[in-house]
Design a binder for this molecule. Structure first.
Ligand SMILES: Nc1ncnc2c1ncn2[C@@H]1O[C@H](COP(=O)(O)OP(=O)(O)O)[C@@H](O)[C@H]1O
Ligand SMILES: [Mg+2]
Length: 214
């Protein structure tokens, strides 16, 4: 199964969701790896921060190598691992299209501000285009409310606004929680850093939701 986490907007939670979701899926018993397609290599640095204790494999993926090579590399990993999570770069050019075409599921994290919601629309449309090109109902396009604050009206309204967009909305929000930033500093993932935290429960729920499309 290939899961691409995509949105051209930086800071919306792609890397946070890609790495923690992969960790949760691995903990659930699936042989899972992360492919770090962002030239900023945030996911790779996060893994490096954890050193030997970091239990998840993060492979850098140079998307500038050309579509053919990148496709082969992703497919090879998808053959040897049960689940491949691709942390996409913050742009919507060929690499994002490629990551969408190859994916079973595209997750588009979206933060609760109108500007960010409009930005996410472009990402979901690109993934929907890939779905039409594939012609086999893949990828499933899922908007994931990200960095939400449970107390603000805008977060409560986010689900309603997103529902009017293409793609489906995850029934789980990844709430803005300090532990999710802390676990990066600790070079750890949420399942290990704070296994009983609400943040971990939310990530597990997202994992369960995504697994239905495996
Ligand atoms: N749900 C969250 N709660 C708290 N901090 C978050 C959350 N999601 C992301 N962050 C923080 O926001 C910043 C941007 O997140 P990141 O995952 O790097 O976004 P992207 O990969 O889309 O650029 C990072 O500092 C990260 O730790
Ligand atoms: Mg990132």
């Amino acid at each position: 199964m290939i899961i691409s986490v995509m949105n051209q907007k930086g800071g919306c939670g792609k890397t946070t969701i890609a790495v923690n979701l992969a960790a949760i899926l691995k903990k659930a018993g699936f042989d899972t790896i992360v492919m770090d397609a962002d030239p900023q290599l945030s996911a790779s640095r996060w893994a490096k921060q954890g050193g030997e204790a970091f239990h998840l494999t993060v492979h850098p993926l140079d998307m500038t190598k050309g579509a053919r090579k990148v496709k082969t590399e992703i497919r090879e990993h998808a053959e040897t691992s049960e689940i491949v999570v691709i942390d996409c770069p913050p742009e919507l050019r060929e690499p994002a299209m490629l990551a969408s075409l190859l994916a079973d599921v595209v997750l588009v994290p979206v933060t609760p501000s109108p500007l960010d919601i409009w930005a996410a629309e472009a990402a979901t449309e690109l993934a929907q285009d890939a779905r039409e090109l594939n012609g086999n109902n893949k990828p499933v396009v899922i908007l994931v409310p990200s960095k939400t604050n449970t107390h603000t009206v805008i977060a409560k309204d986010l689900g309603k606004t997103l529902a009017s967009m293409e793609g489906q909305v995850a029934p789980i929000s990844i709430v803005q929680r300090v532990v999710l930033a802390e676990c990066v500093i600790a070079g750890s993932t949420i399942d290990i850093y704070a296994p009983h935290s609400p943040a971990c429960k939310e990530m597990e729920a997202l994992g369960q939701f995504v697994l239905q499309f495996k």
